[in-house]
Write a protein that binds this ligand. Structure first.
Ligand code: SF4
Ligand code: SF4
Length: 212
């Protein structure tokens, strides 16, 4: 999922200085899973705005804020939304840009989008995918070397690991040691020294491609 963290409230307060009616949009997808865009987060933000003399006009938690159709359906006829003077989006950047499509109101980002990652528990996330455009984890035991190897090597290891830790960041497990250990368990035929992954075409489309 898209990992998000809350932005600094003081900055949001400053940005809403001239705006008297704030509408907060959350997201029931990733931002709810991160507890950054759920009703509790909206309620906390509403309370902070109220303490500082700002009026929150209303709120909505969209099913998936990044879906323009849902943003349109849920906000397009929402009177509080339409009557507001500024929107604070507790969504990832894709969510903000879906909302932007359906309104000319000023939109503020309430969250910072960090990366595509996995969750260990709320607040502890791992970046495990860089959306590189050509996934190879089927060949690397389900572990992404593009993201998890400090050098992004798709043929590794580099030879610098020490006791299974990365030479660049000793706090981190060497991704290629993890891959090798996992491959030994899952693919007895795999010979890491004899296997070569060719360069990838990682030119990514900038917009829609149809999934066939
Ligand atoms: S190989 Fe590319 S698409 Fe696959 S997990 Fe890694 S970064 Fe993501
Ligand atoms: S030690 Fe391992 S994770 Fe670190 S750069 Fe080398 S191959 Fe990549």
């Amino acid at each position: 999922m898209i990992i998000t963290v809350k932005k600094n409230f003081t900055d949001l307060l400053a940005q809403t200085a001239e705006r008297d009616k704030i509408f907060i949009v959350g997201c029931a997808g990733c931002a709810t899973k991160c507890s950054t865009g759920n009703e509790a987060a909206i309620s906390e933000l509403t309370g902070k705005f109220a303490q500082n003399g700002r009026t929150v006009n209303g709120f909505a938690v969209l099913d998936t804020a990044c879906d323009i159709r849902i943003a349109k359906k849920d906000l397009g006829k929402n009177k509080s939304f339409l009557d507001s003077t500024v929107i604070v989006a507790l969504t990832c950047g894709a969510g903000i840009q879906a909302i932007e499509k359906i309104t000319d109101l000023k939109i503020l980002a309430g969250l910072d989008g960090l990366f595509v990652g996995t969750t260990e528990r709320i607040g502890v996330y791992n970046q495990y995918c860089s959306t590189c455009g050509q996934c190879i984890v089927d060949k690397t035991a389900g572990i992404c070397p593009v993201t998890r190897c400090s050098k992004g090597l798709i043929n590794g290891p580099c030879g610098g690991f020490i006791n299974g830790k990365c030479e660049v960041d000793p706090e981190k497990d060497c991704a290629w040691v993890l891959i090798y250990e996992k491959l030994k368990k899952t693919d007895s035929e795999y010979k890491i020294k004899e296997t070569y992954l060719p360069p990838r075409n990682i030119v990514k489309p900038k917009n829609i491609i149809k999934n066939k």
